[in-house]
Design a protein around this ligand. Structure first.
Ligand code: URP
Ligand code: ZN
Ligand code: ZN
Length: 462
């Protein structure tokens, strides 16, 4: 049975128009006015609603052993939360630590998703060590369709790489046609500042930001861009949070460095005072890079509108209140991360488009089309076009709601965005033609989600 989305306003990265979309099987078969469709087709009236391409979250953590504990979601919970919020593709950070075998880690991460996800998914493969066996393993992982890497300039001795390892990773990535995503903070400086603050008795969550000041992120971003320039590799700065780091990346772009920038939901909406709240309320908003002073939020919105910030991800990383309390005696022991996979689309729509000056086209571009293009998923994903996967989000702009842990699907007992109003919501969501969300509720199939095999971007012109 086909599906007809009738009379909605179709929004892509470049267009807005009212039309019908006819889905046959898993893909978009026809787009036009007053389409005649076969008997038995399910017709959804989309009058007064937007029809967006399925949104892609380019930065999530689902299975994550980290800071002495594990992030709380499974693919079952995370994919249902994602779909409820209009995200139809997840790109998860596959993060074996420095002491672990990369290929074994890759297989483990994949096994956590297989048969468990309601939406489609892919991985960025973390390189947390580069030794004589690494190249062969990475070649095997790329051949399996995982064509993006991840490096951490922070988290020394756990995920973090040395400059020499960064160089080798970027050089190999360039040769393989793979893009490298990077967490850009200077690990040595963070370590020293943490020690200094703790030795002064500064143990609360309000000291997390001073232990990772803007300049530390600016240095990491600058260094990553310098290494990209030297190796010719393509790079992507994840969760960029502040003006100095933005300037470093923008300057690199201007001189021709192949770097793109992601900022994540918390950095657009939450400022550092949220992490300065006493006790566990502050701990719940501890992430890295940290929440920043307020002026950075406005700068990120402007950079997003201008395309200087390319994409919006979440860095979804869910821990419970109990887990956050592991850091009650020292901010350095608070598991870093804030969940957001469910709220990204409605909150960026609300505070960017509905109540801000972000255009609908740029909204779709940053949350769907550019992630698809950067990570080798376009035009299968990231647009509404003939032959593209029928990952579609019917968005009802008239809906009004409030974010609350009482009603969210994410597997945590709190929301970093508790009490935020939302304008609109995804009322119907499809994954490759199958309705997974109806009237805002998950009605789909766990296990429908597929692993997305991607191709490297070769040959390189340079
Ligand atoms: O605080 C964060 N960002 N937690 C997740 C791990 C990472 O650095 O992305
Ligand atoms: Zn990170
Ligand atoms: Zn992350």
């Amino acid at each position: 049975m086909g599906l007809l989305l009738k009379n909605g306003e179709i929004v892509t990265a470049t267009e807005r128009y009212v039309a019908d979309v006819y889905v046959a099987g898993e893909t978009i078969a026809r787009i036009g006015q007053n389409l005649d469709v076969p008997a038995g087709t399910e017709v959804i009236d989309c009058t007064g609603k937007f029809v967006f391409p399925g949104f892609i979250d380019p930065h999530v953590h689902i299975y994550l052993p980290f800071m002495g504990t594990f992030a709380r979601d499974t693919y079952r919970t995370a994919s249902v939360a994602a779909l409820t919020g209009g995200t139809t593709t997840l790109i998860e950070m596959c993060c074996p630590s420095r002491g672990e075998d990369a290929l074994e880690g890759y297989k483990l991460w994949k096994s956590k998703a297989e048969g468990q996800s309601a939406c489609d998914y892919a991985f960025h493969m973390a390189v947390s060590r580069f030794d004589e066996g690494t190249e062969a393993q990475l070649r095997e992982i790329v051949a399996d369709g995982t064509t993006s890497f991840k490096i951490f300039l922070s988290y020394k001795n756990f995920f973090g790489v040395t400059d020499d390892e960064m160089y080798q990773t970027l050089k190999l990535a360039h040769d393989l046609g793979v893009i490298v995503t990077a967490h850009c903070e200077n690990a040595e400086l963070v370590g020293r500042l943490q020690q200094k603050l703790l030795s002064e008795g500064k143990t609360g969550p309000e000291w997390h930001e001073p232990s990772r000041p803007e300049v530390v992120e600016m240095e990491g971003t600058t260094r990553f861009c310098t290494f990209l320039e030297t190796t010719g590799a393509r790079g992507y700065v994840v969760h960029l949070s502040c003006v100095p780091a933005l300037k470093a990346a923008s300057n690199a772009k201007k001189r021709g460095v192949k770097v793109s920038v992601e900022s994540v939901l918390p950095h657009f909406l939450l400022d550092k005072t949220m992490a300065e709240r006493p006790g566990v309320q502050g701990m719940k908003r501890v992430m890295s890079p940290p929440l920043r002073q307020k002026h950075n939020l406005q700068a990120l919105w402007e950079a997003l509108a201008a395309g200087e910030v390319d994409t919006v991800g979440t860095d979804h990383c869910p821990f419970t209140t109990e887990q956050k309390l592991m850091g009650k005696d020292a901010f350095t022991a608070i598991p870093n991360g804030i969940p957001g996979v469910e709220e990204r689309v409605p909150l960026i729509y609300t505070y960017g488009v509905s109540r801000g000056s972000l255009s609908l086209n740029r909204f779709v571009d940053a949350l769907s089309t550019r992630p698809a293009k950067l990570f080798g998923l376009y035009p299968k994903k990231g647009t509404i076009a003939l032959g593209s996967d029928a990952d579609l989000v019917v968005y009802d702009p008239a809906y009004r709601g409030t974010v609350s842990a009482k009603t969210h699907k994410t597997n945590t007992d709190y929301s970093g965005f508790e009490g935020f109003e939302v304008d609109g919501r995804p009322s119907l969501v499809t994954v490759r033609g199958e309705v997974q969300v109806r009237d805002g509720e998950f009605v789909g199939t766990i296990g429908r989600g597929q692993f997305l095999r991607r191709k490297p971007e070769l040959p390189h012109a340079d």
